[in-house]
Write a protein that binds this ligand. Structure first.
Ligand SMILES: [Zn+2]
Ligand SMILES: [Zn+2]
Length: 145
């Protein structure tokens, strides 16, 4: 199987004891839906509740199985973009994104309300700080002083 990111060779690998395929060159991962499910369940069993795919957009990469254009999406509505084949052949994770999935599952596991709220607030703040509109306002405030 060829890597959809760099065309490198995809080889069998293990992540958290789950059998996956990994690109030798860019370390990206290809997971079947079952494998992604297993990877999550190693840390926290979400059960069947909750949607996985939010805000789908077309991606430039192709599915290594069928060649169809992958779709990028926000994983469980978190600030993490993964990609999937529209025919559900599998998921593409860039290098290190499997660790983000594990982190997010850990967060679910230790669902302390305040902690979650703080995290959400943090993500909200970051988004606003990045917005040029807000940045202009802040710069104006600084200039006025
Ligand atoms: Zn690659
Ligand atoms: Zn496919």
């Amino acid at each position: 199987m060829k890597c959809p990111q760099c065309g490198g060779e995809m080889v069998d690998a293990k992540r958290e004891g789950v059998a996956v395929v990994c690109c030798e060159s860019c370390q990206g991962l290809w997971l079947t839906p079952q494998e992604l499910d297993e990877l999550e369940a190693k840390t926290y069993d979400l059960g069947k509740k909750g949607s996985l795919v939010f805000h789908r957009e077309s991606s430039t990469r192709g599915c290594p199985i069928c060649g169809a254009k992958l779709q990028s999406f926000e994983y469980r509505d978190y600030d993490l973009q993964l990609e999937l084949c529209p025919s559900a052949h599998g998921f593409w994770l860039d290098a290190g994104e499997d660790k983000r999935v594990i982190e997010l599952m850990k967060r679910e596991r230790t669902k302390v309300k305040d902690e979650i709220n703080a995290e959400d607030q943090w993500a909200f703040d970051i988004k606003h700080w990045r917005s040029p509109d807000i940045l202009d306002k802040i710069l104006n405030v600084i200039r006025l002083r």
